[in-house]
Design a protein around this ligand. Sequence first.
Ligand code: BES
Ligand code: MN
Ligand code: ZN
Length: 503
Amino acid sequence: MKFSIKNENPGKQRSDCVVVGIFETRVLTKAAKTLDKNANGYISGILNNGDMEGKAGSTLLLHNVPNTICRRVLLVGLGKKSELRDREYRNVVQAAFKAIHKTGASDVILFLTEDPVKNREITWKISHTVIMAMESVYRSDQLKSKHEDDKRHLRKIALSMTSRADSAVCEKALQWGIATAHGMNLTKDLGNLPPNVCTPTYLAELAKNMAKTYKLKATVLEQKDMEKLGMGSLLSVARGSSQPAKLIILEYWGRNKKEKPFVLVGKGVTFDTGGISLKPAAEMDEMKYDMCGAASVFGTITAIVQMRLPINVVGIIPATENMPGGNATKPGDIVTSMSGQTIEILNTDAEGRLILCDALTYAERYEPEVVIDIATLTGACVIALGHIASGLLSNDEELAMELLKASEQAADRAWRLPLWDDYQEQLRSNFADMANIGGRAAGTITASCFLSRFTKKYRWAHLDIAGTAWESGKKKGATGRPVPLLTQFLTTRAAKKGPIIKT
Ligand code: BES
Ligand code: MN
Ligand code: ZN
């Protein structure tokens, strides 16, 4: 898909389809007005006939509009002008692409980016239009022997404005959208891969390949390396599986190495059966998505590398299967984590925290600026926040606020839950330093309390993406979240840092 920004009259554009907005009720946007004028009132005539009101997300496809050199004109309803906010804008753009894909158009010109969205600049609209466009063509059918028959000829998208805007800034916004969408696509691809393909070894190979492509540094710790480091907690999860566990480290040094890196830790359980605390059969296939935290780390690193963001980022991915085997960890087993703290494993299905805790201890050696872990950690988070917001928990007020702000900007919602010490006692064990479960109440919080015992040496935030990393049902598939949130957070931090210090 090719994107560009143009600055021309909508009537003078040679293309398969020109897309202009209509506000409710039958109010022409600037671009629609220009077209209408060229066409001697043809469009307003159609509206006045009652064919379109301008309701948000409605569309009307026109052919042979007089005095235009484009094949088609797509009118897109924007709803009431005063109600056009980010969410509505994104829905409208989504509807526009849906309508475009029903036609045979391969190149389109969109005039939607200059319509006023509350509290959002043109750059935001550009970035998000690009992301929506890429989302609209995404599919995961590599493993189907016949590709599904549909049109989707779309190859070229021009974002056009009738008024002049700062072109360098707009171009940057375009690149941001493209890079973020590429990152999301990788995250989706990895999530959607079947668990017999996407194993810990597969993820380790991917890291090595990314390192080659983008000149990054990849390190893969094998089981014996992890044994030496004392990662008894991580290794306990892998015991039931015939696939060897890996600890994957991917480093991007976009600035002076002396500057502290941002560390992203992603849960990489490539399949979660629950282990001996076996999960029920219904929808167990969806536990292939239990590596979406890891996938979002690969995706975010892809995005920031493609932008060459001046920032240091280290991705750490503990990768393993959680299987019930003859050697598997049993409820009641006690293991020693890399930090030295002992853990009584009362439920082998609470495995995410067991692999994350050792990865979080490993993160200490980077003397990180901040550490963010991303994990499909608890079913309780889906109950609390549904599929709309990711759960956010942090031991640092400022970091939590920054992430919430980034999530709003990126239209990738997150909502904070408390991490008060009052919850810690739910993790008490009679036989070890802690248990790995805290009972049914406040499951997302007690999971984070567990992690917080391993993150005392740095500023840390945890994103529980159990409800947001993939969709179930007919639209089953990975969402690419929270790549936009993380990319936005890192972009904002990189901008704050100022120029690169040369060594
Ligand atoms: N990967 C799951 C969490 C999950 C469940 C994500 C459903 C998305 C949908 C995690 O490893 C898990 O099994 N968590 C348990 C923890 C419990 C045993 C304390 C859960 O949430 O039930
Ligand atoms: Mn589990
Ligand atoms: Zn899991």
